[in-house]
Unconditional design. Structure first.
Length: 98
């Protein structure tokens, strides 16, 4: 399993993005099964769509969201109170970690 964060989605979606080639290479490796299934969150999709919209247009951002949500190779985790509070508790317990 591989978690795709905002930067990867933006690099894959915005033509000419400085990280586009690296993102395409990573996406190809994911497609060949090297890292397993894609996981992301609704928070990440929201942030990525906003950045894609700012770099391109509304239609591109909307197509991005629809493509990820309907993809059979990506799982979107919807953040609820439990998903948010669990990592927050973990963060608070590990003050020694940067």
């Amino acid at each position: 399993m591989i978690f795709l964060d905002t930067g990867a989605w933006v690099a894959l979606s915005v033509p000419g993005d400085k990280n586009g080639a690296a993102a395409e290479s990573l996406y190809g490796a994911i497609g060949s099964g090297r890292y397993g299934a894609i996981v992301t969150t609704d928070f990440v999709l929201d942030e990525a769509a906003t950045l894609i919209r700012m770099a391109t247009d509304v239609d591109t951002a909307a197509r991005f969201i629809r493509a990820v949500r309907t993809s059979s190779s990506a799982t979107v985790v919807w953040i609820d109170k439990g998903h948010f509070d669990g990592p927050l508790d973990l963060l608070a317990r590990h003050e020694d970690q940067r």
